[in-house]
Write a protein that binds this ligand. Sequence first.
Ligand code: CO
Length: 136
Amino acid sequence: VTAVRLHHVGIAVPDLAAAARVYREALGLPPGVPEHVERDAVAVLVVPAGGVLLELLQPLDDRGPVARFLARRGPGVHHVAFAVPDVTAALERARAAGVTPIDEAPRPGAHGWRVAFLHPRDLHGVLVELVEDPGA
Ligand code: CO
């Protein structure tokens, strides 16, 4: 695991439609179709922003991780995702470096991506998502 690149930035929002509208109107980001990721209790809208993606996340209930983030911190940057060729290998590397995985093994994320999250306390306050991209 040597290659790493920014894949997307996840932004927690209380109202996906309103957030998508202002990002579109103010910044010219393209429209997209939201999907529900039940496992994470979020509605997700992924839109391209140059070479990376923006992922707008709205909680589907008041108990999921994004709902708790919004309650505690308010809307804002929720996580930063990096593309890696092999999430399992990237998890092992992170563990070896003393970073605690939130997911012990890769699991399905938005868009059917294979992902795993790393704990923000070990990464200077940033929740990091690893996204498998065999071409990374
Ligand atoms: Co993400």
